[in-house]
Design a protein around this ligand. Structure first.
Ligand code: HEC
Length: 258
């Protein structure tokens, strides 16, 4: 095992490094939370999903499942008038407001759905072999219909926002990573492991930033953002732990080093 250069530092300096590592750890935890809060609602579904990240960097466009079902002539029992009424409703900006509109009477979407869909998509629908699948997509209430009614178009962050974010993050994280990798080199961790951590953390960071820009045109680069960012953050936190332990763990300190 190579000996630790960090352990040769004065106690105060080593403790300072541990404290600063804690500061950085808080910073990483905060950026994770920020990431979650900042992105989680982009796809209008709870929690941080891949689509949230995709939405931010590439943009997403999805069609309402009810709309696509109607467009592929499902169910074939629906009259053209009712199909058109439902499609018009789903294309309007008043999907929530008009769902149960009293003015529309029997032509209200809720009524059309009740009369034409609930025989299969109702919680109380008779369970035919085919109907079993339909019952897993209940349409009884607005709360059932709502997540299937909206077509979503999410614009990616503007180029200006992306440039502002890249310029602060690339410079600060790049610098931070050089420092952390440098400190890691001064620990007693076996050289190959140090090398691997430094290499993959840097590769992850580069993949993350490159992904931000490439994902605008190529959706697949979203994975580079997620995987690169994940690998980077994990290795940085690991490095902070290794450096902190190395600073205070005097037991394995070779006699020659002191
Ligand atoms: C005769 C039974 C029946 C009726 C009536 C019916 N459905 Fe379905 N529906 C199904 C079945 C079975 C499936 C699952 C298989 C499939 O996708 O075709 C399904 C699937 C769906 C899906 C999911 C499709 C997807 O791509 O994810 C939606 C949305 C849907 N139906 C909406 C409706 C609406 C709206 C109505 C009324 C206008 C309606 N259905 C009437 C049987 C029915």
């Amino acid at each position: 095992m190579p000996h630790s250069h960090l352990r040769q530092l004065p106690l105060g300096a080593r403790l300072a490094l541990v404290l600063l590592n804690l500061v950085l750890a808080i910073g990483f935890a905060a950026s994770l939370q920020h990431l979650k809060w900042h992105h989680e609602n982009r796809d209008e579904r709870p929690g941080l999903t891949l689509d949230d990240i995709r939405g931010a960097y590439h943009g997403i466009q999805t069609t309402s499942p009810i709309k696509s079902a109607l467009e592929r002539n499902h169910p074939d029992t629906l009259s053209p008038t009712n199909r058109k009424a439902l499609l018009d409703w789903l294309s309007s900006p008043r999907i929530a407001e008009d769902y149960d509109s009293l003015d529309k009477g029997d032509a209200a979407p809720a009524e059309i759905i009740r009369a034409n869909c609930l025989s299969c998509h109702g919680r109380a629908a008779k369970a035919t072999p085919q109907g079993e699948i339909a019952k897993t997509i209940p349409l009884d209430y607005w709360d059932d219909v709502k997540p299937l009614a909206f077509s979503r178009k999410v614009e990616p962050n503007s180029v200006k926002v992306l440039a502002a974010s890249t310029h602060t993050h690339a410079l600060s994280l790049g610098t931070l990573t050089i420092v952390v990798c440098g400190l890691l080199c001064l620990t007693a961790l076996p050289r190959r492991i140090v090398g691997a951590i430094c290499f993959f953390a840097s590769l992850g960071l580069l993949a993350d930033f490159a992904g931000w820009w490439i994902a605008r045109d190529y959706d697949a680069a979203t994975y580079a953002i997620v995987i690169g960012g994940g690998v980077y953050n994990a290795l940085m936190v690991l490095s902070l732990v290794v450096i902190s332990v190395d600073c205070v763990w005097r037991k394995s300190n070779p006699k020659s080093a002191t």
